[in-house]
Design a protein around this ligand. Structure first.
Ligand code: HEM
Ligand SMILES: *[C@@H]1O[C@H](CO)[C@@H](O)[C@H](O)[C@H]1NC(C)=O
Ligand SMILES: *[C@@H]1O[C@H](CO)[C@@H](O)[C@H](O)[C@H]1NC(C)=O
Ligand SMILES: *[C@@H]1O[C@H](CO)[C@@H](O)[C@H](O)[C@H]1NC(C)=O
Length: 328
């Protein structure tokens, strides 16, 4: 082989490597340009959790999911609506149910003060989801970072988020659309071990399930009675849109108890109940219900996978200076 051929090959190899390097997320991405990035986010998550509201951890985990399923993990869920645009956060799928937005704002303000224009809002969400998992006694993970922020947020695109009325086939399709397997879905749904749900997300199961049955027959009758007591109808037959129930008996603890709840038909969402209706998802539910460590480890892995959906890297997108507003 002559020298010039070798030279060209080495050049090509280096170029490919450079392209790969800029396009892939990396653990420790901010080490050189903002070495405190991850600890600043961590401090703000801890401050909110320990001194303000434990529910913030669940809220932040869900925020990352809702970010990633709509236009990829690009921080688009954080953008505020403008007179000309209804953003994702003001869609029915998000709306009043989102929690943790102010924690992201506080982290971002400190990050801009410490290292202006370096840390993306999309990465803050990814760090905060990991921190929220650890703080609720789950198993964390090193967060591959280097996401850039998108410049588009459209309420209409939240159709990519599966609604709680979906059956297992429909949910599986929604995850497949994002490159996630049915197993990933069952693992990730274990996140419903923390947090809360608004009564309006499942009240059909209690009061007007079908033309012939008011109550969903798949719901444990005692649990249905309990839920009705938490989600009462007013004199006009309406439910207070602000009323909520916790997802399970330990809403601030990452554990596999939600899988046992599914088997016992004591889960609030149809989309969780229907994991019983398919032999593959049912066997995974049983597997995770019987091994907490296995679920915690697999959850960490599935979160990393989810956090890579449709990311912008390199010079794509931008580093927003305010997570609520696209840079001018
Ligand atoms: C088929 C898929 C899913 C459906 C249909 C679904 C639906 C829902 C609904 C309806 C709520 C209650 C919102 C409210 O009314 O306040 C909720 C809460 C929650 N979801 Fe999901 N979800 C799904 C998957 C996921 C995934 C993949 C994650 C994260 C990995 C996740 C994490 C959470 C968390 C942590 C909460 C509690 C939020 C809080 O307490 O503020 N969900 N989900
Ligand atoms: C760090 O800053 C340098 C100089 O501005 C820049 O070339 C590099 O891309 C930055 N790296 C990261 C990870 O932000
Ligand atoms: C799930 O819902 C879709 C749409 O309503 C329906 O076509 C399908 O048969 C349902 N699948 C199962 C397993 O119930
Ligand atoms: C639970 O899962 C872990 C991790 O996969 C494994 O090492 C352990 O042997 C399992 N425990 C039981 C009781 O099966």
């Amino acid at each position: 082989m002559n020298l010039s051929v070798l030279f060209v090959m080495v050049m090509l190899y280096t170029m490919c490597f450079q392209v790969l390097k800029t396009q892939q997320l990396q653990v420790g991405f901010y080490r050189t340009n903002c070495s405190n990035a991850e600890s600043i986010v961590r401090q703000e998550v801890e401050r909110a959790f320990f001194f303000d509201d434990k529910g913030i951890a669940a809220g932040l985990i869900r925020l990352h999911f809702h970010d990633c399923f709509v236009r990829g993990c690009d921080g688009s869920v954080l953008i505020d609506s403008t007179p000309n645009n209804v953003a994702e956060k003001d869609s029915p799928a998000n709306g009043i149910s989102l929690r943790g937005l102010d924690v992201i704002d506080r982290a971002k303000a400190r990050l801009e003060a410490a290292c202006r224009g370096v840390v993306s809002c999309a990465d803050i969400l990814a760090f905060a989801a990991r921190d929220s998992t650890e703080i609720t006694k789950g198993i964390g993970w090193p967060v591959p970072a280097g996401r850039r922020d998108g410049r588009v947020s459209l309420a209409a695109e939240t159709v990519a988020l599966p609604p709680p009325t979906f059956n297992v086939t429909q949910s599986t399709q929604a995850f497949a659309n994002k490159g996630l397997s049915q197993k990933d879905m069952v693992i990730l749904l274990g996140a419903h071990t923390v947090g809360r749900s608004h009564c309006t997300s499942f009240s059909k199961r209690l009061y007007n399930f079908s033309p012939t049955t008011s109550q969903d027959p798949s719901l444990d009758p005692f649990f249905a009675w309990f839920l009705k007591s938490q989600c009462p109808l007013d004199g006009q037959g309406n439910i207070d849109p602000n009323s909520v129930v916790q997802m399970n008996r330990s809403p601030n603890l990452q554990d596999n108890s939600y899988y046992a709840d599914i088997s016992a038909h004591r889960v609030v969402l149809t989309s969780d109940e229907t994991l019983n209706s398919n032999s593959q998802t049912l066997s995974l539910v049983n597997e995770y219900a019987s091994n907490n460590t296995k679920w915690l480890i697999d959850f960490a892995g599935a979160m990393v996978k989810m956090s890579k959906i449709g990311v912008l890297t390199g010079t794509a997108g931008e580093i927003r200076s305010n997570c609520r507003v696209i840079n001018p």
